[in-house]
Design a protein around this ligand. Structure first.
Ligand SMILES: *Cc1c(COP(=O)(O)O)cnc(C)c1O
Length: 394
């Protein structure tokens, strides 16, 4: 790698830059960073923060320790997640895009899938419903209009035998809202049309009552669909990401009716999309925290529910910069426009580069010529390091 850097510097006729080029190569590797942006699920910073590692050694990934026979990797985290959201069964794949793809390929290959025109979403990174649909081999049947779609529109589309509808798909408008003269059918209204209702809820709120938080659901969660309540309302399957509001590693979860989950897991694509023990281990730890009702063990929920008074106390103890009120955001393409009251420190000038160039980069934001670090996304253990970083700005 160092020789490469030297050769590139020489080829560019600036041999003195070799050291800088080598350093930039190193800076492009994956490394821990401090998220001081106040965006809890920051797409550039790996969405949900994780504190998980696997020791050197083997795991019983596919060995049933109770019988000594070949086991199933889906009996670990997926079974616990199913339990936590009240589903009969669940399987895990690489991400939510893969989950939607697998469900459609399994239940609707060569058949029609109805989607409201108001839910033809694009999530960041090129997940577009019409494209995923095409790749899965299903045929998109657009229903209703952009702003208003009713149950009757779906009934007509499903009733048309030429459409051969295999799945009724509901997609959560994760990262946008349609306001004004709008109407959309509820999950209950779409659940008894005949074909299985699949709800891509996206962000992975497990239960709208948030039994893992002592204070119950925070007010900013209102209107976010949840796995348990969507299944209770009659969805046959839900799909969601592991690294958004679920607070785990990158993964896609398919949960719901056992017969449909079993069909998905028998599809050849399931083998291509399945996760390994690192992801299943991290998901299992997250799922166990949910089942214990211990939201404080899930970094996302711990950060999201810290009282503002605690943040202000920490900010006061920094002794550098001005303590200001800030608005943190859930981020990750979830809950657009939602703000979570927070506290930050403000320092005059744009110091993002200096903070980013530290051995452990501190990622901050700038507003009105001031650099802001938001305490809601900074782990308390990192307060001293961030204090030093701000002091050293001079
Ligand atoms: C985020 C999201 C996806 C994509 O999830 P990935 O895990 O990033 O693949 C799909 N559907 C919805 C509704 C989403 O919110």
């Amino acid at each position: 790698m160092l020789v490469d850097a030297a050769r590139r510097a020489i080829a560019a006729a600036s041999p003195d830059d070799a050291r800088k080029m080598a350093r930039n190569m190193q800076r492009r590797l994956l490394t821990p960073v401090i998220n001081a942006t106040g965006t809890l699920l920051h797409t550039n910073l790996g969405r949900a923060p994780l504190r998980w590692h696997q020791d050197e050694g083997y795991t019983n990934l596919e060995l049933d320790l109770t019988t000594g026979e070949r086991g199933s990797r889906m009996s670990t985290a997926p079974a616990l997640i199913a339990k936590a959201c009240g589903a009969e069964a669940a399987i895990v794949v690489n991400n939510c895009a893969a989950a939607v793809m697998l469900v459609l390929a399994t239940l609707a290959e060569g058949r029609g899938v109805t989607v409201s025109r108001g839910e033809m979403v694009e999530i960041g990174g090129g997940f577009r419903i019409p494209d995923v649909m095409a790749r899965s081999g299903a045929r998109l049947i657009e229903v209703g209009t952009t702003n208003r779609t009713r149950r009757a529109d779906f009934e007509r589309a499903v009733g048309d035998v030429g459409n051969d509808v295999g799945v009724v798909l509901q997609v959560h408008q994760s990262n946008y809202r349609i306001v004004g003269f709008t109407e959309a059918p509820t999950t209950i209204e779409l659940s008894d049309l005949g074909p299985p209702l699949v709800a891509d809820i996206g962000s992975g709120l497990l239960d709208s009552r948030c039994p893992w938080l002592p204070g119950g659901p925070p007010s900013w969660l209102a209107r976010e669909p949840s796995a348990r309540q969507t299944l209770e309302a009659g969805a046959a399957l839900v799909t969601f990401s592991g690294d958004k509001l679920f607070g785990g590693p990158q993964a896609g979860i398919i949960a719901g009716r056992a017969d449909l989950v079993a069909r998905c897991s028998r599809h050849p694509l399931a083998r291509a999309l399945r996760p390994g023990s690192l992801v299943l281990g991290a998901l299992q730890a997250t799922a166990l925290s949910y089942l214990r009702g211990a939201g404080d063990q899930i970094p996302f929920w711990r950060m999201a529910s810290i009282p503002v008074t605690d943040l202000r106390q920490r900010a006061d103890s920094y002794g550098v910069g001005d303590v200001i009120d800030t608005a943190a955001t859930p981020g990750g393409g979830t809950l657009p426009g939602v703000e979570i009251a927070s506290v930050g420190l403000s320092v005059a000038g744009d110091h993002r580069t200096a903070l980013r160039e530290r051995t452990r980069p501190v990622i901050a934001r700038v507003s009105e010529q001031h650099t802001i670090v938001d305490l809601r996304t900074i782990h308390p253990d990192d307060d001293i390091e961030v204090t030093e970083a701000l002091r050293e700005l001079g």
